[in-house]
Design a protein around this ligand. Structure first.
Ligand code: ATP
Ligand code: MG
Length: 220
């Protein structure tokens, strides 16, 4: 029997780049540069394995609905999607960054938090934000944005934002400061549930190789 076709969903940028060493550990190279090519389906050196390029937030949808057998997505994206229909067998420990609450440097966070005042929070991470403030027992007005969250406190749109912070430079450049750590984010492997059964002979070794590669990286 021929090896079944395996489709791996990745997003361009850091997820794609940081997944390449994991594929390399399985002896696989993607043979086209996603930044140069206009193609959305990229072949690899393994004839039955292909990569599809989708928006980061669409990766869980592709995997859950069978548009891809495997995918790599940030924990933020997975939580916001809900993850139904996907197995999450492996934390790949790539694309790591904290998620935090940030406010303007001159905003009195301690007072607002203490007084139980209702604050407005702008974010694209709606579930994570609701859960975080619910656990703290703080009431919020949530404002859904799709990007450039830093602008919200500066324009008076919101008191606070919930966003990923990599270096803190963007916050500082915009006169914002981190006031609460929400969670640590990293990218996880997603597997379509039916595919894991139907294509297990092809998928299991690949997942095991990724797991060893992650372990080796951790031991460095
Ligand atoms: P877009 O930037 O096109 O709106 P996105 O933010 O969802 O989309 P990326 O910026 O490629 O997509 O981020 C993909 C994933 O990488 C995020 O879901 C998150 O898990 C992680 N990530 C985001 N920002 C950083 C960062 N500064 N450092 C490390 N990982 C990050
Ligand atoms: Mg981004």
């Amino acid at each position: 029997m021929n090896a079944p076709l395996i489709t791996l969903a990745l997003s361009k940028g850091r997820i794609f780049e940081e997944t390449m060493p994991l594929l390399a550990a399985a002896g696989v190279q993607v043979t086209e540069d996603p930044e140069r090519s206009r193609r959305l389906i990229l072949p690899t050196t393994q004839p039955n394995l292909r990569v599809v390029l989708v928006r980061a937030t669409d990766v869980p949808t592709y995997v859950a609905c069978g548009g891809a057998d495997l995918g790599v997505a940030g924990l933020d994206t997975i939580i916001e999607h809900g993850g139904a229909g996907c197995y999450q067998p492996l934390d790949l420990r790539i694309a790591r960054c904290p998620m935090a609450v940030a406010v303007r440097e001159d905003f009195d966070w301690a007072a607002a938090a203490r007084a139980g005042r209702r604050i407005s929070v702008a974010t694209k991470f709606v579930r994570i934000t609701r859960d975080f403030f619910a656990r703290k027992g703080m009431y919020i007005n949530l404002i859904k944005l799709y990007g450039s969250m830093e602008l919200a406190p500066l324009t008076g749109l919101a008191d606070a934002i919930v966003d990923v912070v990599s270096s803190g430079q963007t916050l500082r450049a915009n006169a914002l400061r981190e006031v609460e750590h929400v969670m640590d984010i990293s990218a996880h492997l997603l597997v379509n549930q039916a595919a894991l059964k139907l294509k297990s002979a092809a998928l299991r070794p690949l997942i095991d190789t990724f797991a060893s590669a992650v372990q080796n990286e951790e031991n460095q």
